[in-house]
Each structure stands twice: as structure tokens, then as C-alpha cells.
Design a protein around this ligand. Structure first.
Ligand code: SF4
Length: 124
């Protein structure tokens, strides 16, 4: 966990560490992502999932990459088809997305949910 510490409640954010972390995780800097066609849609995936799968937050989970690329392909296909079938519906969809003020909601783990740990990485 220490490698992910960017701040603490007493001293605040360590700007140098934050900058280094962000620089290392930019999609054009990550070796696996650099050549991926989906990189500007995906953004490089989840750091936590990467750390769980590969013990390195910069190496994305390969199964999630396959899923992400497939979902992006499907989204592009749906938008392309919708443009041909019903351009008015596509326009309304795009407008509703940009107009949306709904907050992004993340699920909160319940008390008995097991939260995966990456302690197995510590000995690598
Ligand atoms: S799909 Fe995978 S390899 Fe491609 S940008 Fe996303 S995390 Fe990186």
C-alpha cells in the first residue's frame, strides 16, 4: 500500500508523488496501452484492477482490456447503426448525455462484502 500513498491527513498531498503517479499512468506512457487502438476511449483502465491482476497498477488486466475493447466496438457499432436508422434519436441521445447532471454513483461495499486485497503481490 505504501507505494500508492500520495498524501496523509497531516501533511496533505505530496505533489511530487502525485505528479509522478499521474505521469506513469498516462495512457501514452503505459507500455501495454501505448499501442492499443482503444486508449483514448478507455483511458488506461482501473489502477486497482491492474494491481490486483498484475501486481503493478501500470499493467492493465488483460481480460478487462478484451472486454473494454469489445464494449467500445459495440458502442461504436450501435451509434453508427442508429445514425443510419434514426438520426433524430441519435441526436436526442447525444443531447441527453451532454445535458445530464446526474452524479456518478459508485457502489458502496456492504459490511459482509469481501474486498479483494493484493497482499499476494508483496512477496514478488
Ligand atoms: S483496453 Fe487495455 S490496453 Fe487498451 S487502453 Fe484500455 S487498459 Fe490500456
Amino acid at each position: 500500500m505504501e507505494e500508492f500513498r500520495l498524501s496523509d491527513v497531516f501533511t496533505g498531498v505530496d505533489s511530487a508523488k502525485q505528479e509522478e503517479f499521474l505521469r506513469d499512468t498516462m495512457v501514452d506512457e503505459k507500455p501495454v496501452c501505448r499501442d492499443c487502438w482503444a486508449r483514448y476511449f478507455c483511458g488506461g483502465g482501473c489502477y486497482y484492477a491492474a494491481a490486483l491482476a498484475n501486481c503493478d497498477h501500470r499493467i492493465p488486466h488483460s481480460a478487462k482490456c478484451e472486454l473494454t475493447r469489445r464494449l467500445i466496438e459495440l458502442a461504436i457499432w450501435i451509434l453508427t447503426e442508429l445514425r443510419g436508422w434514426n438520426p433524430h434519436a441519435l441526436k436526442r441521445l447525444v443531447e441527453s448525455v451532454f445535458r445530464s447532471e446526474s452524479p456518478v454513483v459508485f457502489p458502496i461495499p456492504r459490511e459482509n462484502d469481501s474486498i479483494p486485497a493484493y497482499a499476494h503481490c508483496e512477496n514478488r
